[in-house]
Design a protein around this ligand. Structure first.
Ligand SMILES: [Zn+2]
Length: 193
């Protein structure tokens, strides 16, 4: 019986392992970005119209790790996102719809294991919901455009807001400021022709 139990345990570990070790967004964020934009008709850094796709549609469009967190309210393992310790200057967008969410100058090291910010880009960047799961009362943060689950906000952040937006790195797309500048320059050149 013990042997059978051990076998079952090993099977369970094997089954869980790939999900846990699945690489979270790597450095090639811009490449993934392009792929996502091609497959994802809702993705835009400028369109502010609300996105209302069905769960089935999202499941087809989104990479599994993004879908699990954004649409199934999952949580990535702490200290797994390369964005958690990133100090690069730029903008963080919703990985589901491209909505601009946070600026790097509002990011701080909270030590909680997830990318943390003290303020969203605008009042409409995110929406708030009461989350009573796991026997706690927390404030859930969702994307203001596509209503994807991003993380939670806590009242133990630094000044000036005193807030800590604890956000899953998997649902964030980061674009370096200089890349955005280059893109702007390229577009500007095109329009002046
Ligand atoms: Zn979104």
């Amino acid at each position: 019986m013990r042997r059978v139990l051990n076998f079952v345990l090993i099977l369970m570990v094997l089954a869980i392992q790939p999900a846990c070790t699945q690489p979270v967004k790597n450095q090639k964020i811009s490449t993934m970005d392009t792929v996502k934009k091609e497959n994802n008709p809702a993705y835009s850094h400028t369109d502010t119209t609300a996105v209302n796709l069905s769960d089935e549609q999202w499941k087809k469009i989104l990479p599994k790790d993004v879908y699990d967190i954004a649409r199934q309210k999952g949580t990535e393992r702490p200290f797994t996102s390369p964005l958690e310790t990133s100090k690069e200057i730029g903008t963080y967008y919703c990985a589901v719809c491209g909505n601009p969410l946070f600026r790097s100058d509002t990011k701080f090291e909270s030590g909680c294991g997830w990318p943390s910010f003290y303020e969203p880009i605008s009042k409409t960047s995110v929406i708030y919901l009461v989350d009573k799961s796991y026997g706690m009362t927390r404030t859930e943060v969702e994307c203001g455009r596509c209503k994807s689950h991003l993380g939670h906000v806590f009242q133990d952040g630094p000044p000036p807001t005193g807030l800590r937006y604890c956000i899953n790195g998997v649902v964030l797309d980061f674009e370096k400021a200089q890349d955005a500048q280059k893109k702007y320059d390229a577009e500007h050149k095109d329009s002046s022709k």
